[in-house]
Design a protein around this ligand. Sequence first.
Ligand SMILES: [Zn+2]
Length: 293
Amino acid sequence: MNRLLDRLAEGVLVADGAMGTMLQSAGLGPGGCGEAWNVERPQVILEIHEAYREAGADLITTNTFGGNPQRLAFHGRADDVQELSRAGAVLARSAAGEDGLVLGDLGPSGEVLAPLGTLEADDWSRGCRLQSEALLSGGADAIIVETQYAVTEMTLAVEAAHAAGATVVLASFAFGKTPSGPRTMMGTTPREAAEAMVRVGADVIGMNCGTGLDREDHERVLEAYRSVTALPLLVQPNAGDPASMGGEQVHPFAPDDLAAWFDSLVGKGAAIVGGCCGATPEHIRAFAQQRRG
Ligand SMILES: [Zn+2]
């Protein structure tokens, strides 16, 4: 058995919150390469992980969301996939300590697979495998394939994580609000997403980083997932949709508000709950405190 599945059998796990918006607060400029900080400013990354851990997060997610070759190529660092992901896993491992669990993070390509787009399936798979191997060698307990919008891209990433030796793989889709209910930007429905994640053998299926979704939308997605599978469900909402205030991006949910949301999602069957964009250690602390009563 994997430690993560053991812990899930005992009860709800608290995940961490955002990394990207935390890095922006720490001075990462627009278009900057956050993953490079795993080697260039490791202390900053370590402190963010430690803040989440101290706030009560059981799961610490590596700072490797954009660590695939496709995304790193924007920064001229496509050759640094292994170095940056391994360093990211080592930092998360260090902050998680003995009892914490590390999720090695694979984000989306940011591209569209051929023939619709220009990303070749083999290139995507190869990058995901390299990244997964590096994350596991740095100490990740499991791989999470998150913020996915396309069934095939998610499927290839989960397969690559398994091929790299991951014993537990979590998969998660990002939905947006549409008149016909939550859909990914490629038009995938929650039910289609759940069926695909189950088909490829994900151990936990989830939703994260929704845009324009309210609490009912999140609940609807969880219900759609539950109609497909009894697998553990993960949910990591944004701290509300970002609004521009005085030239800064502000997420409107206060810690206690988001924590109340989180609690209702546990009531709807979520087994792993954390935050995505805009969620800070204070949001996670409010939720963890609420869990402890
Ligand atoms: Zn997000």
